[in-house]
Design a binder for this molecule. Structure first.
Ligand code: G6Q
Length: 551
């Protein structure tokens, strides 16, 4: 199989990227009208994606699209959406898009149309969420359930939690929905501290129902409940499960009528659209969950049909490849100017880094180019008072994604105008910078004497020419959020196609888990047989930890 890097189209992109001196200047682009033939603003499923602040000219954009065509991106998109087994190491489809299909759609996995089952599960989720939200689902002692605690980790936590945090401010909140993921007991204990067991519903969210952290939290939650209510039979009234492992849910004690399933063609980090989204429906209502699905569906349609040059996930994916592989950028920042999106960077870290943090290609060969960058970020404006110093004046170029809504969730005073102004100002400042002459002239105009202005000018100079994308939309609601999530899911897919990676497996998380399993017995009060610390450092640390624990 041909390596991407041996394609002439790849080499053409590499040649264009090789000399930053000839990249167009963002300062110059900002002045020139018309700037480029390539689109600078894309419309996709209610989102407006500004890509004008990238130092690519028409030749570089054309070369990237030629590379996409040489990598048969169109066919790869069709294969993904059709349900081909694109996750080849696990021999599965990655058909999360089927979870947001309308009931009249048809999607086959192994010759079976999966859409009826998807909608049957959605109907059960709708009924259950409505009943709980209306106070019709009673706990063991006959009281209505008013608090929900989702126990899950990774894909069974980050997606639903991020969406609940994002949408909770826009809707009345009859239920208090919380998330516990960490095996550190502090997470569970602090979360349960002010809860009444008689009114608490636990959702154990685990595709496999074997994940160590989730099973430890579920067992402790069950003990907390049974201890408080004094009856093991209470488990049936206070636990639901979301899993593909029905046998294990039964063994745990969950009523089979309270198990919500999904299939193995739904990857963990792509699963918030499945039954894993139940806490979303519980927190904000099923109608909003449906609207989230509709927003993602609109982005799926855009991804499937928009020409490559106008296709937002494609353009963003190609830009990400340009920076990571051809320009040597090892990180990418995401800064939502929206407090409700405060978990967005955490969600995106998993989506992007678990999908693209790979070092072998689909044929199992080591890749000969850089793959996924480090993804990081914080909401604006907080980030401005922390890491923006490095973005503006550090020695590395970090592409930034800015996200901001035109209308606020809370129309309080001047807050939103200030928020948007900050967002636009930061991308402008990154692009345009400030020359030493400008810095000096500005100080002189402010009355600073010439010597002092000369002394400070180097520190007050901003190199500029730093790239960013800005995504704007009318208001943060379930539909726009669904579109935004799907935009990034598909962006990751585009990168994986260009890089020839499997975006849907995650073997890299296995080794540490395996080792934790073998180390745990050594950390018991009376170290048990079967524990293995294979290296001297770990053995020494275990010994010191045990000594420190004994005090
Ligand atoms: C995501 C990964 C991973 C997974 C968690 C939880 O794509 O597969 O983050 O979601 O390890 O797994 P379970 O849902 O099986 O508990």
């Amino acid at each position: 199989m041909t390596r991407p890097s041996s394609l002439p189209e790849w080499q053409r992109v590499a040649a264009l990227a090789a000399d930053p001196a000839v990249w167009p200047s963002l300062r110059a682009l900002a002045r020139a009208e018309p700037r480029r033939r390539q689109p600078t603003m894309l419309d996709a499923a209610g989102l407006v994606v500004d890509v004008s602040r990238h130092r690519l000219d028409d030749a570089a954009f054309s070369a990237l699209f030629a590379l996409a065509r040489a990598r048969d991106l169109d066919d790869a998109i069709a294969a993904l959406l059709r349900g081909d087994p694109v996750n080849h190491t696990e021999r599965r489809a990655a058909l999360h898009t089927a979870l947001r299909c309308t009931p009249d759609a048809v999607r086959h996995v192994d010759g079976v149309d999966v859409v009826p089952e998807v909608h049957a599960t959605l109907a059960r989720m709708r009924d259950f969420a409505a009943a709980v939200r209306a106070g019709r689902v009673l706990g063991h002692t006959g009281q209505a359930l008013t608090h929900v605690v989702n126990l899950g980790i990774g894909g069974s936590d980050l997606g639903p939690q991020m969406v609940v945090e994002a949408l909770r401010p826009v809707c009345p909140d009859p239920l208090d929905v919380r998330f516990v993921s960490n095996v550190d007991a502090t997470h569970l204990v602090q979360t349960l501290r002010d809860l009444d067991p008689a009114r608490t519903l636990f959702v154990v969210a685990s595709k496999t129902f074997t994940t160590q952290e989730t099973m430890a939290n579920a067992a402790s939650a069950r003990a907390w409940l049974v201890d408080a209510l004094g009856d093991p039979a209470a488990v049936r009234a206070h636990f639901v499960a979301i899993s593909t492992n029905l046998e294990a849910t039964r063994a745990f004690g969950v009523d089979p009528a309270r198990v919500f399933g999904f299939r193995d063609w739904v990857g963990g980090r792509y699963s918030l659209w499945s039954a894993i989204g139940l806490p979303i429906a519980l927190a904000v209502g099923f109608e909003r969950f449906e609207a989230l699905l509709a927003g993602a569906r609109a982005m799926d349609a855009h991804y499937a049909t928009a020409p490559l040059e106008h296709n937002a996930p494609v353009v963003l994916g190609l830009l990400a490849v340009w920076y990571a592989t051809f320009c040597g950028c090892r990180s990418h920042a995401v800064v939502p100017y929206d407090q409700a999106l405060h978990r967005w960077p955490a969600w995106l870290q998993q989506l992007d880094m678990e999908s693209l943090g790979k070092h072998v290609d689909r044929a199992g060969r080591p890749v000969d180019h850089a793959t996924g960058p480090v993804i990081w970020g914080e909401p604006g404006t907080n980030g401005q008072h922390a890491f923006f110093q490095l973005l503006h004046q550090g020695t590395q170029i970090v592409p930034v994604d800015f996200i901001v809504a035109a209308r606020p969730i809370h129309a309080l005073g001047d807050h939103h105008r200030l928020l948007v102004a900050n967002c636009l100002a930061q991308s402008q400042a990154l692009a345009l910078g400030k020359t030493t002459d400008e810095a000096r002239a500005e100080m002189r105009a402010a009355g600073v004497d010439a010597t002092e202005a000369d002394r400070l000018a180097p520190y007050r100079t901003f190199p500029g020419e730093r790239p960013s994308t800005t995504i704007v939309f009318d208001a943060l609601g379930p539909e726009r959020l669904g579109a935004l999530l799907a935009l990034y899911e598909h962006r990751v897919h585009v990168q994986s196609v260009i890089w020839d990676l499997n975006a849907f497996d995650q073997w890299g998380v296995e080794l540490g888990k395996q080792m934790a399993g073998s180390l745990a017995p050594l950390l018991a009060d009376a170290p048990a047989d079967g524990g293995v610390a294979t290296d001297a450092t770990t053995r020494a640390l275990v010994a010191r930890l045990q000594a420190l624990r004994r005090g």
